[in-house]
Design a protein around this ligand. Structure first.
Ligand SMILES: O=c1[nH]ccc2cc(O[C@H]3CCNC3)c(Cl)cc12
Length: 339
């Protein structure tokens, strides 16, 4: 559609390179766990842990998500069957999928490795993300949501900073979206965590749809822009997290402060009962950014700006025109130098 920005040549090349790598991988016979050499743990969340692995036969670096599930063979075969639709996914804003297999009580999902990691880790490292960078990230998220809706007829269901990955090539992609209904059911009551990006309607067990992803997007942007989880709204009163903490203060000094540990139930009640949080209007954010987040954080799903309009919101093009950013350089500036 006209909403999509044309891909630049290098982006197209990277999509093509991935497809060639995937063909090389698929030409080796079915992946065995022993074919994978574990390199380092990348993250945990959404019921599983993610490890950087090398597929020895094809010499490809991948990310392997392993989810331990005690389920009957029929259920796990249904999950593997549903995951296979990921082979149809080819978007510069959706994480690449190599395949999945069951082994030793775990579903294993092999995906494209993103060396910049997830945005929750980036925010932990640098404090908060500049507005012009968030505009680029937001376009990628919205384009990814459009792709999921138009090509797979699904919503994401779990938009949050830790499910947005970046690379030193400047790519920004969505991961951990709810493509398998069976997997979603098998993970149903495994929620752990002290914060929720879930929309009020979903928290109340009401019907929810893609508008619920837009609430989660608004909350995620608010958190990444301020460096503070924005619920309860009082959290924002303490001002923004420092960006790129001064060199004399080690990073751990900026771990989230204790006051942010409101009990999870109280937090969920707050989301459902209180006015949605807003960007502070005295912190240097543009009016169109404030407007963009307000358009996402409406308690009534029908009042939220629809996806097709959001992706045309002036904030995205205004930011790109006034403060263009080189995403590859920015991601590299956030990566911890290897020892
Ligand atoms: O490089 C990756 N490729 C694919 C997936 C992936 C998932 C990761 O973390 C999980 C854990 C929380 N959400 C996402 C991380 Cl940290 C990296 C990757």
């Amino acid at each position: 559609e006209l909403t999509q920005r044309p891909l630049d040549a290098k982006q197209l090349q990277r999509v093509e390179d991935f497809l060639f790598r995937k063909a090389a991988f698929l030409s080796t016979e079915d992946v065995q766990p022993t074919d994978l050499r574990e390199l380092v743990v990348l993250g945990r969340g959404n019921g599983g842990s993610v490890c950087k692995v090398l597929h020895v036969k094809s010499n490809i670096i991948m990310a392997r998500k392993s989810i331990h599930l005690e389920i009957r063979p029929e259920v796990r075969n249904q999950i593997l069957r549903e995951l296979r639709i990921l082979h149809k996914c080819s978007s510069p804003h959706i994480i690449g999928f190599y395949g999945s297999f069951w082994h030793d009580g775990e579903i294993n999902i092999l995906m494209e490795y993103m060396d910049g990691g997830s945005l929750d880790a980036v925010v932990r490292r640098i404090g908060r993300i500049p507005e012009n960078v968030l505009a680029e990230i937001t376009y990628c998220i919205l384009d990814g949501l459009v792709y999921l809706r138009d090509k797979l007829s699904i919503m994401h269901r779990d938009i949050k900073p830790s499910n947005v990955l970046v690379s030193s090539d400047g790519d920004c992609k969505l991961c951990d979206f709810g493509v398998s209904g069976e997997l979603h059911n098998s993970l149903a009551n495994t929620f752990v965590g002290t914060r929720s990006y879930m929309s009020p309607e979903r928290l109340q067990g009401q019907r929810y749809a893609v508008e619920s992803d837009l609430w989660s997007l608004g909350l995620s942007l608010l958190e990444m822009a301020t460096g503070v989880f924005p619920i309860p709204a009082e959290n924002l009163k303490k001002g923004l997290a420092p960006m790129h903490p001064p060199p004399d203060k080690p990073l751990e000094a900026h771990a989230p402060d204790a006051t942010q540990s409101m009990a999870i139930f109280e937090l969920l009640a707050n989301i459902v009962e209180s006015e949605p949080p807003r960007l502070p209007d005295d912190a240097g954010f543009s009016d169109s950014f404030i407007n963009f987040i307000d358009a996402c954080l409406k308690r009534e799903p029908s009042e939220r700006m629809p996806l097709a309009e959001l992706i045309q919101h002036p904030w995205l093009e205004d930011m790109r025109a006034s403060q263009p950013v080189n995403m590859a350089e920015w991601v590299r500036s956030t990566m911890v130098p290897c020892e």
